[in-house]
Design a protein around this ligand. Structure first.
Ligand code: ADP
Ligand code: MG
Length: 400
């Protein structure tokens, strides 16, 4: 993979840098600036090299047209604080105003363009439309650095076509993330334990089948655990259930048994009367979810305390751990204990611990842990999972 060195001397060069600055916002307050911080290494290095930086990012999922709530303006302000340097912001992405702002840049200056997804070309399924948008972005620039790890699995204009339109290279964040993923796939230290949770089992099935060939232990929590329990024949009340995945999940359970992979499901579950922060709740055995006082209406919203202890033990015994997906609805304090126990175990293990997934990373920070307590917190959930699934990532292939 080409790295920044391959671009040669960048002094006085205009360098486009694709970052992933897709941070969670509450109004215009950034609730977790992890992705902005993660982008700083490359930005600082390019500034020190005397480049003129034009940063590109998306935020949220606007539908190809401007929407004020998805503006990158708050990100420009936060980035300036963290860099301790001005960050110019145009409010546009292409066109005269953007070009004028770009022309004003001096060596080491930083300009952030507006949300790429305000333009339909960015995520278009039509390759010529993406190429046209990429060539607009590339106009007047000398090089492209691809550092938005969270989007390298996407065939999008600023990830794929732009890398073809200019001399291009991977940034330091992409390099670092890839180094970690290689450590997870090429001969990981054993025992290798993977913890999967989150809300959608169907999103994560591909990775499960691939992981069964590689891991020693798979711990299943979060919303997906109920599809596993149902596959074993247990009633799950009103909990999340993907009925069309039951056969596939049964296949995984059988395959795990054949391969000697331990799939650990929770032995107890926190069941609530409703999906609400103040809902009444109680702990029941995982194979008797409907035995709670809420009967068949009860919703499983977290793994129970006995399961949390068992998961923590398995994590502490592992030499390599990858975690994706919260164990419960951690956004509500009553259902955050399982996620907290898993996060704490990851900070206490002597093994190499990696957290992947936007919500998982946000969860560990929201629960008061800091990045340096983990081996690595990935900025890209989907990208990490697709890499672990063994899929080719377009944004990396184009930099080969
Ligand atoms: P990540 O972004 O880390 O990959 P996901 O997006 O897959 O994680 O899932 C995160 C979401 O899963 C969280 O918003 C959390 O509230 C939800 N979740 C976890 N457990 C449950 C559950 N038992 N029922 C419903 N939602 C759940
Ligand atoms: Mg998510």
């Amino acid at each position: 993979m080409r790295t920044i060195e391959s671009l040669g001397d960048l002094r006085s060069r205009t360098v486009l840098v694709r970052c992933d600055l897709n941070v969670p916002l509450d109004g215009d307050t950034i609730t977790d600036d992890g992705r902005i911080r993660a982008s700083l290494t490359t930005i600082r290095e390019l500034r020190d090299a005397g480049a003129r930086l034009v940063l590109l990012s998306h935020l949220g999922r606007p539908k190809g047209a401007p929407e004020a709530r998805y503006s990158l303006a708050p990100v420009a302000a936060r980035m300036a604080e963290l860099l301790e340097a001005p960050v110019a912001f145009t409010g546009t992405t292409i066109g005269d105003a953007a070009e004028a702002a770009r022309a004003r840049l001096r060596d080491g200056d930083v300009l952030l363009l507006e949300n790429l997804r305000f333009h339909p070309g960015e995520t278009s399924s039509d390759a010529p439309a993406r190429a046209a948008f990429a060539s607009e972005l590339a106009r007047g620039a000398d090089a492209f650095v691809s550092d938005g790890f969270g989007v390298v699995h996407r065939r999008q204009a600023s990830v794929y076509e732009l890398a073809q339109a200019l001399p291009s290279a991977a940034g330091r964040l992409v390099e670092a993330e890839l180094g970690v993923l290689r450590r997870l796939t090429d001969d990981p230290a054993r025992p290798y334990t993977v913890v999967l949770g989150g809300s959608k089992v169907s999103d994560k099935l591909g990775v499960i089948s691939h992981l069964l060939e590689r891991v020693d232990t798979l711990l299943i929590g979060g919303g997906m655990l109920f599809t596993f329990l149902a596959a074993q024949g247990h009633a799950v009340g009103g909990s999340l259930l993907e009925a069309d995945q039951l056969e596939t999940v049964r296949g995984y359970l059988a395959e795990a048994e054949r391969r000697g992979v331990r799939i650990v499901l929770p032995s107890d579950v926190v069941v609530a009367e409703a999906f609400a922060a103040d809902a009444a709740h109680e702990v029941v055995p995982a194979d008797r979810i409907e035995s709670s006082r809420f009967g068949a209406a009860g919703l499983g919203l977290d793994i129970g305390p006995e399961s949390a202890r068992a998961f923590a033990r398995a994590i502490e015994e592992a030499a390599t751990i990858f975690w994706n997906g919260p164990m419960g609805v951690f956004e509500m304090p009553a259902f955050a204990a399982g996620t907290r126990a898993v996060a704490r175990a990851l900070t206490e293990t002597d093994g190499f611990s990696v957290v992947g997934g936007g919500d998982s990373a946000a969860a560990v920070r929201a629960l008061g842990f800091t990045d340096d307590q983990f081996g690595h917190i990935s900025t890209g959930g989907g990208a990490s999972l697709e890499y672990l699934e063994g899929k080719a990532l377009p944004g990396l292939e184009v930099l080969a």
